[in-house]
Design a protein around this ligand. Structure first.
Ligand SMILES: [Zn+2]
Ligand SMILES: [Zn+2]
Length: 343
């Protein structure tokens, strides 16, 4: 069925190609559509500012997808949880990760390849949910440089919001191998609140898949009214990363300290490579975020993710060398004996 032309209200079916498919914001007018090129031309003077706003939203959605995919790539190579099996108790609602092993050794890399084979083959949504499980703080730690780039090119402000998810569509529970104490999904969840220059507020949630919200972009209003309850904290971009850097003294167990050190080593090794990554890609990546077809964007994204993956592999080799593992172990033992003296 044809909708009315945005200019003359006659039946129409040609969308404005520049803003076609842009995400809708709150009480937005419907998609801009024309009956003829004449109407499109005549409407342009009126439509131009609105068209530009809608185009910014297209860029933002592409950025959100990119951010989510970067983190997905990272987690495929460096996953912190070890479990024996994935049990789908209620499809789309309840998942148990059984046989969780927490007694890792300080001598082996604690971040390892994601156990792809354990997750139901072909179920991309379930795989992503398990892949993103309890990953929101890690996302804030590792994605900083990339999100900073988005803030600079697209948004006016990006904040790190800590909130509580209510009405999750999916619950994931990690069940310990040794006893029956479970590690359920944590209470606090981190997302980015993005404020555009025109005042619109959006949310980029790279790890929402763990709660059954796989779409990485929604409006702030939609998040507040549908799936979060309390907002625990509203912090500037990069604050989770600074907080994690200072966590060491709060942990008491060697493996916890060691795994934190491993994550920080990985963050440093990656951050050294990010400027090179952007040099290789120049501003082209952000050009494709801001213009061009979805197919062009997808192609640029895949290429970029290929580079990210290579950077990531190199960073992992670096932090998993014998010298690095031994250094982390020495550092950890030093910290533990220091903590014991303080008690
Ligand atoms: Zn018309
Ligand atoms: Zn338009």
């Amino acid at each position: 069925m044809d909708s009315p032309c945005s200019w003359c209200h006659q039946p129409a079916h040609k969308p404005c190609t520049a803003c076609q498919g842009a995400p809708a914001y709150e009480n937005d007018a419907p998609e801009v559509i024309y009956c003829s090129s004449k109407c499109q031309k005549d409407h342009w003077r009126t439509h131009k500012p609105d068209c530009q706003q809608r185009q910014t939203r297209i860029s933002l959605r592409r950025a959100a997808v990119l951010i989510k995919d970067i983190f997905r790539k990272m987690r495929l190579h460096a996953y912190p949880w070890r479990f024996a099996e994935v049990v789908v108790a209620e499809p789309g609602k309840q998942v148990f990760l059984n046989g969780f092993e927490s007694n890792a050794s300080m001598f082996v890399p604690l971040l390892r390849a994601f156990p792809v084979d354990l997750v139901v083959a072909g179920d991309q949504e379930l795989r992503d949910a398990v892949l993103m499980f309890r990953g929101c703080a890690d996302a804030m730690l590792f994605l900083y440089e990339f999100v900073e780039e988005i803030r600079e090119h697209i948004a006016f402000e990006v904040e790190e919001i800590t909130c509580k998810v209510i009405n999750p569509r999916l619950n994931i529970t990690l069940q310990l191998a040794e006893d029956h104490n479970n590690v359920a999904n944590v209470d606090s969840h981190n997302v980015y609140r993005v404020t555009l220059r025109n005042g619109e507020q959006w949310v980029i949630d790279p790890t929402g898949a763990q709660f059954g919200f796989p779409d990485p972009l929604c409006t702030w209003q939609a998040l507040e009214s549908n799936h979060v309850d309390m907002i625990h904290a509203e912090n500037p971009l990069g604050s989770t990363r600074s907080f994690v850097r200072h966590l060491e003294g709060m942990y008491r167990r060697g493996t916890e300290i060691c795994s934190l050190k491993e994550e920080l080593d990985l963050m440093k090794a990656l951050e050294m490579r990010v400027p090179l990554l952007f040099q290789v890609f120049g501003t082209d990546l952000f050009m494709t975020l801001q213009g061009g077809s979805d197919a062009e964007f997808d192609q640029a994204k895949e290429e970029f993710l290929g580079f990210v993956e290579r950077c990531f592999r190199a960073a992992l080799v670096e932090i998993n060398s014998i010298q690095s593992i031994l250094r982390r172990r020495v550092d950890t033992e030093r910290l533990i004996s220091q903590l014991r003296r303080e008690v």
